[in-house]
Each structure stands twice: as C-alpha cells, then as structure tokens.
Ligand binder design. Sequence first.
Ligand SMILES: [Fe+2]
Ligand SMILES: [Fe+2]
Length: 227
Amino acid sequence: MKMTDPVKSFVKNNSGNAAIFQELNIDFCCGGDVSLQTACEEKGLKIDEVYQRLMAVESPANDEKDISGLSPEELTTHLESTHHVYLKEALPRLTALMEKVYQAHGARHPELKALQGVVGNLRADLEPHLLKEERVLFPLIRELACDFSGAKMGAAEGPIRVMRHEHDEAGKLLKQLRTLANDYVAPDDGCQSFQLLYSELKKLEEDTHLHIHKENNILFPSVLGGN
Ligand SMILES: [Fe+2]
Ligand SMILES: [Fe+2]
C-alpha cells in the first residue's frame, strides 16, 4: 500500500483499518476515492503517523477477514445476514431511545430535537433502501452469477447507480448526526440513557460506514467488473 492509494483500498486490503479511519473521522465509504495523502491533508493530520498506524494493524480475526474471498452472491448473503439484520433491529430501537432521551432532556438540550429529526430521516431513507437491495438488486446479482454469457451484466448498472446515490445521502445524514451529537460525546449532565444513545449512534455510524464500504467498494465493482 502507498500513501497515494485511495482511502477505500486500505480498508479493502485490511478491514481492521476501518476503525482507525472511524477514529480520525476520515470517510472511507462514500468519499473513499481520495488518496490517503489528500484525506490527511484535509484533516490536518500527519500522513507518516497515520500511514504507520494503518500498516501496523493486523487483519481482524473475526469474520470480516474472510469477505475478500467471497463471490458477489456470497457477499449479498453476508450483507443481509449481518448489516441488514443489524439495521432492522437498531433503527426502531434507536427511534424509541431517542424519544425517551428527548422527553427527559429536551428542555435543556435543544440539539436533541434536531438529532431526532436526523435519526428519523436516516430511518426513512435506510429502511426502504434495505428492501430495494434485498428484493431487487441482490436477487439480480445472484441471477447474474448464473449468466455465464455476461449478456445481462448491464442490468445491474441502473440499480447500482441508485443505491450509490442513496448511500451518499445516508453518508450526509451520518455526518449531520455526528456534528449534532458533538462527536458522540454525551454531556456531563446526561443520564445513562443519554450515554447509551450516543454510544448506540456511534455504533450505527461505524456499522453503516462498513456496510456502505462493502457495497460501494467491494460488491458493486466486482459485479460491474471495476476495481
Ligand atoms: Fe445494504
Ligand atoms: Fe446499500
């Protein structure tokens, strides 16, 4: 790996690097085409230090390690059984938790109202997005795997373009969420539910970034024959 390589390729090469980019607030999923060098310059980070940290990370020993060997159709199953399952459980739970914290702290923390709006928008975007992938794009990808002539390959282009656009929109909402939630540092006067909400929102961001990275930077290029 070189410092001029795109950010996304560092995570593609070693998914353990996702945690470092999360910590440094460097976008590796929707904006992952920029080079590591440029990303560090934009954030005012020392490129040598970041590069060394990335290189020192060992590949994770969990299931993340194995996805590079998966075929596109196996990847769709992996995405559904991990990230999609997580979101379907987490989004309604976070909506309820958000309401609870708003009721308790809304008067002193007006930012919670705006935060609630963004969580609502994210849910309204992501729930139908998951269904479109599960009902349209992923079955199509599984079908394409059996189309050895390659004649139907172009059929996935349109749906993939739409999914990429929706990922960009979700990425923007996640950025708003982080800003409104003060980088997920709960205020000192926040109760346990407040702390829990912020740690859960942080997890939502982490999981969704990894989810979008796997689709944008691994699955889609493998279907369309890109890099
Ligand atoms: Fe997905
Ligand atoms: Fe997606």
